[in-house]
Design a binder for this molecule. Sequence first.
Ligand code: ATP
Length: 528
Amino acid sequence: MLRGRVLDSSFFSALGQLALFSLGSALFSGLRGGIFMCTLARLNRRLKHLLFHTLLQQEVHFFEVNNSGSLSSRLHSDVDKMGRTVALNANAAVRSTVKTFLMLGVMLNLSWELTVLTCIEMPLLAVLQSKYITWSKELKDQMQECHAQNKDLASQTVGGIRTVRSFNAEKEEVRRYSEALDQMCAVKRRSGIYSAIFLLLRRLVSLGIKILMLVKARSLISVGQLSIGNLVSFFLYQKPMSNNLRELLYCYGETMSTVGVISKVFNYLDRTPECKTAGEFAPEKLEGKISFRNVTFTYPSAPQDKPALKSVSMEVQPGKMTALVGPSGGGKTSCVSLLKRLYEPQEGEILLDGQPLHQYSHKYLHQKLALVSQNPELFSGSLRYNIEYGLKDCSIERVKEAAKKTNADGFISQLENAYDTDIGERGGRLSDGQKQCIAIIRALVRDPQVIILDEATSKLDVQVQHTVLQEVLSCGRTVLVVAHQLKTVEKADHIIFIEKGAVVEEGTHQELMAKRGRYYRLKEELFS
Ligand SMILES: Nc1ncnc2c1ncn2[C@@H]1O[C@H](COP(=O)(O)OP(=O)(O)OP(=O)(O)O)[C@@H](O)[C@H]1O
């Protein structure tokens, strides 16, 4: 047509072909887009599920070295970015490749010389692009880190707003956040400068190629190897063809620069937790006798010559109340953490009814051995949800019964929706004492044989403390109490005094008082 030899019949046939081609292309692109979006959604869901599952299997130390902000960033932004980049780029790459080959055929037919020149642009741009990727990859990693840090800082400050307010630290927190934002801004600025330089060079290369093509076209026309019509047709194809090539390069670049993000996500997915896998042992009857045999333990993040426990040996008798006492930093909580298998000792072993702890099934162990700590971790949701947490098929009657035993049903029934009341983020709508009550009910509802109270009743009044202790001691349970308030441990059947990671002395209250050793002196210091 552009050559001016237009016949009505060929015009309509070309129009028909064009319409068919457009219809096919629209159908193809709709289908392709739809399929890729569905695949992307599935891929995203699967990756997040896998990553969250893998994260929850990791040992406690992993969460000490990886803060929650960066983990949540990996889980959300990184997985989203990864899925989007891979799926969308694959989509764009398929589209551009198909178009490129179709156009290449037509363009070669019009002028192979000009087509070769068009294709020269591609390797030049590829060299530029790969340089740009190397520069920008590092910046993208830095941006991810800054993003995670900012998120962590904001969520930590908002989560700890009570402390921030009471220490009048709002200005300081705003300053810290603003510093973090400045850091992010500096990285983005550098990234912007690199991008501007890259775009400029890319334009210059394209322009240079275009000038070469015009010079070549002029010489081809002058020797009669190319008509003006063919040249115009060629340029009509050349622009979208260049765009396609550029899009292919862009997809490659984007995928390459996301490699850092992808490798981080896969590093987490492939990570094997550094702790012994739990066994299958789950006896029907458990007495609850605990033995520490020459247990030496150093926290993974502490220097290896600074063990928290040094060759600790002790016995917690079944059905009795044993108290762990000692000065701050002595190693009491470390004993409890080892008992709950939050960490593994480097030397020695811990036995429950004569069996090493790791041989018990994970579910069984945590059901039979319940821990209530001083600042229990509660989750947003209803009271009932928090009490039943992790239990399947727990009836409301069981929950109510456990609440009655600790005298907590009174305050619960006065709440707006009783057991269905939402307790707010981390149980923020409850008092500290009420939180401790909920944590005790949460432990009792599991009907454990061993119950560990790590300063668990410190915020309850004396009457409730007494009721709770009576309840946990009933049914022949083994009770291990960790206490600073020596008053609460006087009733214990056995007291173990731990200092600087070692058992210093043990016996009943009367025996230790008569001995006039460390226990006696600590008591004197507290009451003098
Ligand atoms: N997560 C940790 N990483 C590294 N070191 C730790 C960690 N937790 C505790 N420690 C160190 O281990 C030692 C024993 O701490 P532990 O918490 O067991 O003492 P504690 O007797 O329970 O103290 P408190 O009575 O103050 O709670 C301390 O020196 C402490 O600094």
